[in-house]
Design a protein around this ligand. Structure first.
Ligand code: EPU
Length: 455
């Protein structure tokens, strides 16, 4: 035991006992033990916004105690939604007192999260206007919002950009629309769903994202009374209804966190049982994990992960679902530094999501990033102008370094690299990791990581 890490108590006590910003990590020992994953960050935060659409209160279960959830909770509260903690990680959301918030109140959350953009549709239906602060989220590229704004305009919304932020109104109400996304964006698909469910008439969304978290959001909305059908070829049809009620829903598990711990077992040559992980939503990850030399056992209540002999090089292209998620490549790359041969990871979703590898190079990894990607006859995903490629030559021993966490997934991978490295590393800015990993330090402790909180 290296740090006093009491288990966080009630769901919203804040990441209790997890306030450390700087860790000193002694690496070189395998991680072994159990961790539990709760509801997916990328569903829970959206389902919380959906509660604004209901005429009665909602209950969301398996809510993780992460800072992104706390930000959305605060934003709902400044809009008059009552949010209370329930039993066993559930929250109750009562939108009956919802009202327009003052810009200064909303602006306090500027730069903190991407989720405020999804308040547009529900606020337009409820109050006739939406004020949106500057957005945040991980700095992994430009992260424009043009798809969102174009979709809102197609529903009849008017978008005014001012120096304060964005003000959106719907003087003639919102009506169903035919929308084709230029790219199957997760956020823009959610924007369309959250707006179309109460718009007048039918909305046809083409080139929609179909991530499991989106399917779970559709399930939430259907429980509320929405009529949504999923057609072949990324087409979603939404028939607008006049009113929706609250929901009671258990969030889909966090497959990104599950994949992160799986890669931690792979990189440190340990063995981790991820309680709550399910196979169906991780099929693509499990294939790559196996090809890279990983072993897994799917059980009733979770999945056990470890190595199966020497690690092998792989070629991976990140993609929208059902492809290999962009959020999986960072911890995988740490493991690939220990594979015998040359691996190639193409990042095709974001334009700047391989920058984190610079710190791995500082730790002894042999990784070359090609900013324009590289051509290869084996490509599965069509080339995107955004893409980058990382070429990883292994195995290279990793050694300790002093590194600063740049973003959520990159940050997690630094901690894993430090745990796989010989010597004592310092990892700073750990707070970013708590945006998406619940009880992070407690879980590290549970799998036997050797660390101290030093700042
Ligand atoms: N894009 C545009 N214009 C837009 C919206 C998106 O050009 O208006 C581009 C983006 O720049 C990017 C691509 O489309 O190149 C895909 O972005 P998408 O909209 O799908 O991503 P997102 O909704 O902003 C969510 C997750 C990300 C996850 C991606 C991809 C949340 C809060 N975030 O982001 O999760 O990587 O989908 O699956 O759900 C994370 O958890 O660390 C994280 C970054």
């Amino acid at each position: 035991m290296r740090a006093l890490v009491p288990d966080a108590g009630p769901a919203y006590s804040g990441p209790a006992g997890e306030s450390g910003e700087v860790l000193s990590i002694r690496g070189g020992r395998p991680l072994r033990g159990d961790v539990e994953v709760k509801g997916a960050k990328n569903l829970v935060t959206k389902a919380m916004v959906a509660a604004l659409l209901g005429e009665t209160p909602s209950v969301l279960r398996d809510v993780p105690d992460i800072s992104d959830v706390q930000i959305v909770r605060s934003l709902l509260e400044v809009h008059g939604v009552r949010v209370e903690d329930g039993e066993g990680g559930s929250i109750h959301l009562d939108p009956s007192g919802a009202a327009t918030a003052h810009f200064e109140e909303i602006d306090a959350y500027a730069g903190a999260s991407r989720i405020p953009i999804l308040f547009c549709g529900p606020l337009l239906h409820l109050l006739g206007e939406a004020l949106i602060p500057d957005l945040g989220g991980c700095r992994i590229g430009d992260r424009p919002i043009n798809f969102h704004m174009d979709a809102l305009r197609a529903f009849g919304a008017v978008v005014d950009k001012s120096y304060e932020g964005i003000r959106i109104t719907a003087p003639d109400g919102l009506h169903g629309a035919k929308i084709e996304l230029p790219y199957p964006s997760v956020g823009a698909t959610e924007q369309v769903l959250l707006t179309a469910v109460k718009a007048k008439g039918v909305t046809e969304l083409r080139n929609a994202a179909i991530e499991p978290e989106i399917m779970d959001l559709i399930a939430v909305l259907q429980k509320m009374g929405a009529i949504i059908s999923y057609e072949p070829n990324r087409v979603i049809l939404i028939e607008g209804v006049d009113s929706l009620r609250g929901y009671d829903h258990r969030a889909i598990f966090d497959r990104n966190e599950a994949a992160s711990w799986a890669c931690a077992a792979l990189a440190t040559d340990g063995e981790i049982f991820v309680r709550g992980a399910k196979q169906q939503e991780m099929l693509t990850f499990l294939n790559v994990f196996r090809k890279a030399g990983g072993w897994f056992d799917v059980q009733e209540d979770g999945i056990r992960f470890r190595r199966d002999g020497a690690l092998k090089p792989v070629m991976v292209e990140t993609d929208v679902h059902p492809g290999f998620m962009t959020d999986w490549q960072q911890p995988l790359i740490v493991a690939l530094t220990q594979a015998e041969g040359t691996s190639v990871v193409h990042e095709t979703v974001y334009e700047n999501r391989l920058g984190f590898t610079a710190a791995l190079v500082q730790m002894g990894a042999d990784i070359v990033v090609h900013p324009q990607g590289i051509d290869s006859p084996d490509r599965r995903v069509p080339r995107r102008s955004l893409e980058q490629a990382a070429v990883i030559n292994g195995p290279t021993p990793l050694h300790a370094a002093d590194v600063v966490v740049p973003d959520l997934r990159g940050g997690y991978s630094y901690v894993i690299a430090a745990l796989a490295a010989e010597g004592e590393s310092v990892v700073r800015n750990i707070g970013i990791i708590r945006r998406g990993y619940e009880k992070f330090l407690a879980k590290l402790d549970a799998v036997g990581a050797d660390f101290d909180v030093i700042g």
